[in-house]
Write a protein that binds this ligand. Sequence first.
Ligand code: BYC
Length: 474
Amino acid sequence: MIDYTEKIPNNVDLGRDRVLQRALEHWQPAYMSWWYDAGPTESHNYEVYLRTAITVEPDGWAKFGYVRMPEYRWGIFLQPRSAERAVNFGTHKGDPAWQEVPGEYRSTLRRVIVTQGDTEPASVEQQRMLGMCCPSLYDLRNIFQVNVEEGRHLWAMVYLLHRYFGRDGREEAEALLERRSGDVDNPRILGAFNEPTPDWLAFYMFTFFTDRDGKFQLSALAESGFDPLARTCRFMLTEEAHHMFVGETGVSRILQRTCEVMREHKVETPGDVRALGVIDLQTMQKYLNFHYSVTIDLFGSDASSNAATYYTTGLKGRYDETKIEDDHVLADEVYPVFEVVGNKIVERKVPALTALNERLRDDYIHEIQAGVDRWNRVIENAGISFRLRLPHKGFHRAIGNFAGQFISPDGEVLTKEAWHNHERDWLPAPEDHAFVQSLMTGRVVEPGKFANWIAPPIRGINGQPLNFEYVRFN
Ligand code: BYC
């Protein structure tokens, strides 16, 4: 059980390490001022029906109740230690998992933890205005749940920095509260976390696509030979699942509503669909193209010596590393990556160790495709012939072999000019954003009511009815 009588709830026996406890208690007010400054706008007095972790055990770890978000009990929760755990891959394979940071890998490990930690507050910053135009109390509660948990994920990384990296860890922890998403002078580290999330369609796409990058990166870090990192990531993954659920069902409900209106009014063209106050399927496809392409950039370069180092040193594994049947060293393996030669996309085999980013991206794409197939079933069940499609992996990329190339969603290599001539057909144009935002000018807060552009969910949260008062405004 987690001790909630502590100032910083935790299951790591924080009280026994006074120096660490004081350092974190010193960071806590800075975190709170970040939350007041960059957390959800105007939300500080709301009472929100939130889930809080009470144990890290797989069964019954959550408790639901009304909480004012600034009073949410952000804390430090690691999955229990298993005495026999070993390093499962790389040159140290078979050694006991490390309980302290191996000196020679200190800076590499710190960098991975900082990069992971940086995404968490970034996403809260990106979403901070959305409460002002929520489509229902149910959705408002869900975004707040996502936000407080991202805050906790920041705590998870900050604990590792403070506990294991001394003074430079503390400095990094402070810097995590100083960078801001989209700030020209001090931006967040990774590209997608500096993009705006201007509306709820973008939010659902983000939680479907980008939170799932979180799932895959956390899964790779959950394999780490550095045991405290592995244990904290395992617990973070249980929270991540709800975020992806919010994204997948959010998009699905928008599709459902659009399809209902299209059928009821027998309309098909985007203009006619929009005139009825719902989001046309073509605009959904453009948002999908955008979020998918910026998210697959987050996996890094197709061939990366950093990725090879992370693996050989035992710091970051593959997705489901311990379930894969091979030597877990990969010294003699190859893996296909793609590159543009002339006006063709060609496959090239590279050492598997350098292609680990690409491999993780491929694992991710496989899972994403299954989600898109589920969305398409909503459209198909409505008897509409339109289908959503993932664009080619090379479309609209800024990182890796496709950066600087002009690839169409079908995978054709185009000239810069030809590509830009079609850009408005493929990615949301300012008018598309303006249209989506025109649907979201105010918030829908009557219990049980939903905005016209989205269908209600199938069920409420924690068995509560749809007309439950998920947020009280006071
Ligand atoms: N934007 O060798 P490469 C989540 C940089 S999401 C900007 O390919 P590497 C969440 C790279 O840093 C999961 N820069 O890189 C989701 C490097 O810079 P330096 C977050 C980029 O290291 C929703 C250079 O390019 N977790 O949790 O192999 C809500 C060379 O690149 C980008 C992690 O990412 C980019 N997209 O791979 C809330 C896990 N990509 O060193 C939360 C930790 C690359 O030359 N991070 N660069 O200055 C990592 O494992 C690795 O840093 C990456 C990059 C996989 C991201």
